[in-house]
Write a new protein. Sequence first.
Length: 504
Amino acid sequence: MKGIRILPRVLICLGLLGLSSIAVSADLPIQKIEADILKALVDFRVPGLAIGIVKDRVAVYTKGFGVKTINGAEPVDENTVFAIGSASKTFNAGLAAVMVQAGKIKWDDKVVKHMPGFQLYDAWVTQETTLRDLLSHRTGVGESDNLGLLFIGSRFSREEVVARTRHLPSLIGFRTGWAYCNIMFIAAGQMMAGVAGRSWDDCIRNQIFAPLGMNSSSTSIRAFAPGNNLATPHWYEDGLPTPILWGNMDTAGPAGSVNSSAADLVKWLQVHLNGGSLAGHTLWSPDIQEEMFSPHSLLVNIPIGWETPFSTYGLGWFICEYRGQKVVWHGGNCDGMSCVIGMMPEKKMGLVILQNTFPTRFEYDLMLRIMDMELGLPETEWRSLGKAQPISMTLQKYTPGPDDKSINPAAFGKYLGLYSSDLFGECEIRVEGDRAVLRFKAFPSAVLWAKGDNAFVADFGKGASGLFGLILGQRVWEEVKFSLDEDGAVKSLDMDRFGVFIKK
């Protein structure tokens, strides 16, 4: 019944297209693009989308489609703000370019020169790691299943996250390949903030947003004010888009906290396609632009969504081939939002696609489809928008089974106390009334249910939402196992995604 109410509203509001403030390109089949988008929004059940296109370094098209929220009728327009997730890394690299241009840093500066407390898994690697290494994902440290907990759903500051880099394991050898790592981008942002003597957020606002006139853009949801033109995030429950809250990405910052609009992001495309300059402002020189768009790491057997003879990573950007053209791009996902920013530098063409759902991936196919049009390929060769797949992001709730037991406070004493993890900080097991509670310093609290043999389930309940719940395995609970020493005293607890905490 829910779908019967929702989808007609989408179909009605798809006609409420935000009017563009930019002239329509005569060279692209705009009517066909718009027809494709309208159909895709229905097929993939996407409430709203915004798009911007740059040709010959000129912004030729921006427009909004659909609605800001599935439960409303307010249309998306070119100024509607979306979160761009990991595409924020392009701004972190852009800030580095600004500071290199100003002579404040160099790409090959050792990180410890500017951030003496920085440490990685090995002393020699620590001393040799450069800003270039951080921005090209080649330190050897990569994202394991649980590292996202450090900067998503936690109360850690960026400084605290960077301080924990010494405990991160290496997945591959230093500079031997590509291992995607959000935390290295946070470290790069903190290094540059230290050099500048102001926060990373202030640097992005003053050095990039202000000179480019990106007036709708921000680095935190704390910058939002009542009445702002904001899209509502959605994800899928039982295959239907469901509104969720904006996720706080402040800790992720340089790796994923930028919010922007299609109208603002076409300016970001323009400055890159114009070698670092726009509207009389020079952020960096053409040779610095070339450095960012040059391969630094090779991606081997890492799927990117389309077949390509090579795929690499520059400084904050993916670089690959598509139909004989160099394509520079970055995608982004966060709580209920998805985007892709892509360019064909040799064609001086680029586009941005923003949507208020996560995930669909049709935005990548739409980007390539428009690039096909720009390349003059016949319609029979245009990229397909793919096939809509049933999807659900519903978090599994924990329902105590017949064998689950509430704890007996009188027999629970040996488990009580503080526990510590190098990566995730401290937690405490305590009794509150007739319940055992697991309280973290940096994460939501959980209620413990006894399973027997020193085994429990930690139920985070409503505290596990959005991406935090996804990292927990698309659920709101974690299995907990206590280890005892020879005398029967508790020495540690082991949580599925968090790992081992030692009793203090």
